[in-house]
Design a protein around this ligand. Structure first.
Ligand code: PMP
Length: 428
C-alpha cells in the first residue's frame, strides 16, 4: 500500500509532500506513508512499526497521541473548533508561557514558527525604525523571504537568496554571519551597527546538526546588540520547553528582547508565538503601529493541546527523566561508533541529539561540518529504517527523545545502530 499511496501522493502534491525534507531526497528510498502513531512508535499504512526519533520534528515531547493531550483536544473540539475571538484557553496558555519566560510580559499567538519569526522581525523593525537583520549560517528560522538567505562573498557584503522567488533586494537586507565567531559579529556591527534592527539566532542551533554555542558567544551578541540599539531575538521554536521549562533563555541566563516559540507550544497542533516586554509588544496592533493578525491565531483546540502538554511537563522530574534518557542514548551511540571504528561524535543537549559522523570534536559552526558525513548518514539511515528505527531523513537534522521513550527503546536504537554501522562497514 505504501508504494501505491506514495505514487498517488507524487501525482497530487509537489514531490509527494507538504514539506520538502519528508520526501527522503537526502537519504534516498521511498518514505513510509504513515497511518497512525502512539507513544514512541509510528505505524505505516502496511502495518510496519517504527521506533520514532523524529517526534514530528520536535513538538511531541510527550510522545504520540498522549492520552491527556488527546482528551484535552477532544474536549476543546466539542466546545467549538474556532471562534475568531479571544478564548479562555488562550488566556490560560499565554499566562503559562509568560511564567516560563519571566522577561516577557506579553505574548502574541500565531500558527507556525515561520510566522512567529517573520512577525518578530517586523516588530523589531517597527520598534527600531531600522531595516537590516542579521542571521547565522546553519540556523533555520522558517521560510519567510528575508530568511532564505546565505552569506554573500566576504563579510559586510549583502546576503543572497537561497530560494528562487526571493528577490535579491529583500535578501540584501539580511546579513549572514558564521556561528561561534564574535570577531565577525563585532566587525559587522562596526560597519553597519546603526542600521541593524535585530540579530536573530537559535540559541541552540538545531537545524544544521546540533551546533552547541559557547555561552560567551551568545553573551557577546547580547552586548553588541545592546550597545548598537538593536534587538536580540532568540528563536526557541525547537529549544523552548524542550531543554528546560524556560528553554535556552533560562538555561543561559541571557535575556533576549524577543523570543519565538512553536512546536511543543502547540503540543502537535499548529500553534506558535512570540513574546517580549510590554513596551515592545504593545507596539503591535491594535495597541501600536506594527500590524500582524491571523484568522486561526489562538485557536482553542491548539491552545488546549499546548496547555495539556505544558501541564504534563510540570510533573515532577520530567526534565531529569529526559536528561537521563538522552545520556543513555548518547553513551550507547558513542560506544557503537567506537566499536564499529566509525569516525563520529554525538552532540547533545537534554533530549536533543545529533550524530556527527565526522572525526574530531562536535562542530560549533556550519563551516566546521564535514559535508561528506551526509553520505555515511544516508547509509546508516537506510539500515536503521530496515531495522524499524525511524531517524530524521537528513544528516543535518537532530533526533528527539520523548517521555514515551523507555530505556528499552534506547537500547533497541543502540543495538540497531551497532548492527547498521557494521552492515555499512561490510558493504564498503
Ligand atoms: N525556527 C526554528 C528554530 C525551527 O526549527 C523552525 C522549524 N523547524 C521554524 C522556525 C519554522 O517553524 P514552522 O516549520 O512551524 O514554520
Amino acid at each position: 500500500m505504501t508504494s501505491s499511496l506514495w505514487e498517488r501522493a507524487r501525482r497530487a502534491m509537489p514531490g509527494g509532500v507538504s514539506s520538502p525534507v519528508r520526501a527522503f531526497r537526502a537519504v534516498g528510498g521511498t518514505p513510509p506513508v504513515i497511518a497512525r502513531a502512539r507513544g514512541a512508535e509510528l505505524f505505516d499504512v502496511d502495518g510496519r512499526r517504527y521506533l520514532d526519533l523524529v517526534g514530528s520534528w520536535g513538538p511531541l515531547i510527550l510522545g504520540h497521541a498522549h492520552p491527556a493531550v488527546v482528551e484535552a483536544v477532544a474536549r476543546a473540539a466539542r466546545d467549538g473548533l474556532s471562534f475568531g475571538a479571544t478564548c479562555a484557553l488562550e488566556v490560560e496558555l499565554a499566562e503559562r508561557v509568560l511564567e516560563r519566560y519571566p522577561f516577557a510580559e506579553r505574548v502574541r499567538f500565531v500558527s507556525t514558527g515561520t510566522e512567529a519569526v517573520m512577525s518578530a522581525i517586523r516588530l523589531a523593525r517597527g520598534a527600531t525604525g531600522r531595516a537590516r537583520i542579521v542571521k547565522f549560517e546553519g540556523c533555520y528560522h522558517g521560510h519567510s523571504d528575508g530568511l532564505l538567505v546565505k552569506a554573500g562573498s566576504g563579510l559586510a557584503t549583502f546576503g543572497t537568496p537561497t530560494s528562487a522567488g526571493v528577490p535579491a533586494e529583500i535578501a540584501a537586507l539580511t546579513d549572514v554571519l558564521p556561528l561561534d565567531d564574535e570577531e565577525a559579529a563585532t566587525r559587522l556591527f562596526e560597519v553597519r551597527g546603526r542600521e541593524i534592527a535585530a540579530v536573530l539566532i537559535e540559541p541552540l542551533p538545531a537545524n544544521a546538526g546540533l551546533l552547541i554555542q559557547r555561552e560567551q558567544f551568545l553573551a557577546a551578541l547580547r552586548e553588541l546588540t545592546h550597545r548598537a540599539g538593536a534587538l536580540l531575538i532568540f528563536d526557541e521554536v525547537i529549544s523552548g520547553f524542550r531543554v528546560a521549562p524556560g528553554g535556552m533563555t533560562a538555561r543561559l541566563g541571557i535575556t533576549p528582547d524577543l523570543v519565538t516559540l512553536g512546536k511543543i507550544l502547540g503540543g502537535g497542533l499548529p500553534a506558535a508565538a512570540y513574546a517580549g516586554p510590554a513596551d515592545l509588544m504593545e507596539k503591535l496592533a491594535p495597541s501600536g503601529p506594527v500590524y500582524q493578525a491571523g484568522t486561526l491565531s489562538g485557536n482553542p483546540v491548539a491552545m488546549a493541546a499546548g496547555l495539556a502538554t505544558l501541564a504534563e511537563l510540570e510533573q515532577p522530574r520530567v526534565y531529569e527523566r529526559l536528561e537521563h534518557l538522552g545520556q543513555e542514548l548518547e553513551r550507547g551511540l558513542v560506544r557503537a561508533l567506537a566499536e564499529a571504528g566509525e569516525p563520529g561524535t554525538v552532540a547533545r543537549v537534554a533530549s536533543i541529539l545529533w550524530l556527527a559522523l565526522q572525526p574530531g570534536p562536535a562542530p560549533r559552526s556550519w563551516q566546521a561540518v564535514e559535508p561528506s558525513s551526509a553520505e555515511r548518514y544516508s547509509l546508516l539511515h537506510r539500515e536503521l529504517l530496515a531495522r524499524g528505527v525511524y531517524l530524521a531523513p537528513s544528516a543535518f537534522e537532530v533526533a528527539f527523545l520523548s517521555l514515551a521513550h523507555t530505556e528499552e527503546h534506547v537500547e533497541r536504537v543502540v543495538t540497531a545502530c551497532a548492527e547498521a554501522l557494521n552492515a555499512g562497514a561490510r558493504r564498503r
